[in-house]
Write a protein that binds this ligand. Structure first.
Ligand code: FAD
Length: 598
């Protein structure tokens, strides 16, 4: 077998914010480090992030601090977040933002010359450091430049298909070059997964082609566990028209900067959907909500800025009740509330996105929007301080890791998560590599088996086309494991997923190994199916509604479930099992924060 082999101390899979930050940290800790990514460097999902990075820097509101950010994050996640991750995140995010600035990132500034911060749902104070609505681009540009300047090796357009382990833990990874189809293996005692999310398992999503759940599935197959997989975030505002751009994100900054939601009758309906949990801090009238934009101290927040799960459910209910637009969405209006100059300055990408893709001028007309699958809160179960998974030598950071966001992520908390935990994972991976130096080896039979599995779709003839299977999976997840769920639907989804697994085992691809997208999809599909199964199984098990998981048959949050995580792992035969695990106990000094601000 023709195989390219490399040896490193740390291999980082993924070149988004988490992967690059991990690679920089590992390199600076003295580890020989490589980054592997499916697409070109700089094209990761992070580049699409629009609104900003949440960090309690207190630039606009000196009363903001890590304790308030910690509280907001936990409340946004309906208290299911791992308290230690939420604490580290809130404490370290400001330093990570300042460090980015030191490395050359150019943030928008306040009149006093400080990094500007904007409002987002669920954050008590204006907290998102931003660069217009192109924050992810600046973040990636800065990290990428530093990665290249440090001389870290990057394997671009290279997909990892398997993690390699021995009796102790990780020994490396196996993959293929997308362009040539040739195989490549990396020997390494530490692997950091930073592969992002799972959105492509759903039909309507803001996510790009790369989000096929590879890291979640690779971790599970290597013996690690996943936590909170039932929690999938449906962002309330994706484009709904024209069909070719359905699901594309409309940033929350539109609402943070004054945009409001209206139904087809022109009613500002969010006032009808304020849950008791957030009533104290949410405005009761339109007048109070509007005053909040200029006087945040004496007024409460508009209900449009409730956490995403609340807003997405409200839109879903309005459409179901027949008060939606012709294309099944509602209206998001900033045109009647802000000047064209303000809109073009604060939301340049949104202005162009609607002008070019929908022929809508958002400075003059409302946007037609609806929920879109955006983010997965569930991910690899990790130790909070080091991001270590349950397999020695395996680490996970960014969207692929679980625990940090509980049942619902607040906007802006992902970019900060990538930086805080990317750095921590890189440091810990370098340390593990030092401890296991000289003790890992790639076994020939493991490499042969990985190559054989990758080539299997070429060996079969007359099988089904991978695109048809992907379409059917996306439809299944959309119809049966979407925003509102029932037991019968999830059982139906699991039956369909079992059938799809059989179809995947029999599908075949034509042509050769050089740049063959059908083959690539055939290799991504088992990951998507495994992750979808975990979501459906955990969603069936959790008999309550909380955050990104809403059960029509169990419509309220249950205090007992509020103390329980669901853990997915694979048994010896490869079956996915789900078990309950008590939430880690929050120390009393942190628990007091909720009493202080109640
Ligand atoms: P990514 O940036 O997606 O990187 C994943 C990497 O893994 C890629 O390099 C990919 O090529 C690689 N990869 C995947 N599988 C493999 C494999 N098998 N082999 C090799 N490489 C692989 N969050 C915020 O906090 N603020 C925002 O304003 C914001 N706006 C957003 C706007 C949009 C449109 C979207 C979609 C998301 C937004 N988010 C935002 C969420 C945030 O952008 C993501 O959660 C975050 O960027 C994920 O970063 P990551 O490093 O975990 O993964």
């Amino acid at each position: 077998m023709e195989l390219e082999e490399h040896a490193y101390d740390v291999v980082v899979i993924g070149a988004g914010g988490a992967g690059l930050r991990a690679a920089i940290a590992a390199h600076e800790a003295g580890a020989r480090t490589a980054v592997v990514c499916k697409s070109l460097l700089g094209k990761a999902h992070t580049v699409m992030a629009e609104g900003g990075i949440a960090a309690a820097m207190g630039n606009l509101y000196p009363e903001d601090n890590w304790r308030v950010h910690f509280r907001d994050t936990m409340r946004g996640g309906k208290m299911l977040n791992h308290w230690r991750m939420a604490q580290l995140h809130a404490q370290e995010a400001p330093d990570r933002v300042r460090e980015l600035e030191d490395w050359g990132a150019l943030f928008d500034r306040t009149d006093a010359g400080l990094i500007s911060q904007r409002d987002f749902g669920g954050h008590r104070y204006a907290r998102l450091a931003h660069v217009g609505d192109r924050t992810g681009l600046e973040l990636i540009r800065t990290l990428q430049q530093r990665t290249v300047a440090l001389g870290i090796d990057v394997f671009m357009e290279c997909t990892v298909t398997r993690l390699l382990t021995d009796d102790v833990g990780i020994v490396g990874a196996f993959g293929y070059w997308r362009e040539s189809g040739r195989f490549v293996a990396w020997q390494a005692p530490s692997v950091v997964l930073a592969t992002g999310g799972i959105g492509k398992a759903y039909k309507v999503t803001s996510n790009s082609w790369e989000y096929t759940g590879d890291g979640h599935s690779l971790a599970l197959q290597a013996g690690a566990s996943l936590v909170n997989m039932e929690f999938v975030q449906f962002h309330p505002t994706g484009m709904v028209w024209p069909p070719s751009v359905r699901g594309l994100l409309v940033t929350e900054s539109v609402r943070g900067d004054g945009g409001i939601l209206k139904n087809s009758a022109g009613n500002r309906f969010m006032f009808d959907y304020i849950p008791d949990f957030f009533r104290k801090e949410t405005a009761e009238t339109e007048e109070e909500a509007d005053r909040w934009y200029t006087d945040k101290k004496n007024n409460r927040r508009p209900p449009e800025l409730l956490p995403r799960d609340e807003v997405a459910r409200a839109i879903n209910s309005e459409v179901k009740a027949g008060r939606g637009t012709d294309h099944g969405g509602v209206w998001l209006d900033i045109a009647s509330r802000r000047s064209p100059e303000y809109i073009r300055k604060r939301l340049p990408s949104m202005y162009h996105q609607f002008k070019e893709l929908a022929d809508v001028d958002i400075t003059k007309e409302a946007m037609e929007i609806g929920p879109t699958c955006h983010y997965v809160m569930g991910g690899v179960e990790v130790e909070p301080d080091s991001q270590a998974a349950k397999v020695t030598g395996l680490f996970a950071a960014g969207e692929v890791a679980g625990g940090m966001h509980g049942s619902n992520r607040l906007g802006g908390n992902s970019l900060s998560d990538l930086l805080v935990f990317g750095r921590r994972a890189g440091v810990a991976a370098a340390e593990n590599a030092r401890n296991r130096a000289g003790r890992v080896r790639l076994a020939d039979d493991a490499l042969t088996s990985a190559a054989r599995a990758a080539l299997a779709p070429f060996e079969r003839e007359g099988g089904e086309n991978p695109y048809t299977v992907q379409h059917d999976l996306q439809q299944t997840m959309h119809d049966l494991v979407g925003i509102i769920r029932t037991e019968a639907e999830m059982k139906g989804a699991l039956e369909r997923i079992a059938e799809l697994k059989e179809r995947v085992a029999n599908l075949s691809v034509d042509g050769h190994r050089q740049y063959n997208p059908g083959w690539h999809l055939a290799l991504d599909l088992p990951h998507m199916l495994l992750v979808s199964e975990c979501i459906a199984r955990a969603a069936l098990e959790r008999q309550e509604s909380r955050g990104g998981h809403t059960r029509d048959d169990f419509p309220t949050a249950d205090p007992e479930w509020g103390k329980t995580n669901l853990i997915c792992s694979r048994g010896p035969g490869g079956d996915v099992g789900v078990r309950r695990q008590p939430l880690p106990q929050m120390p009393s000094d942190l628990a007091e924060i909720f009493e202080e601000t109640a």
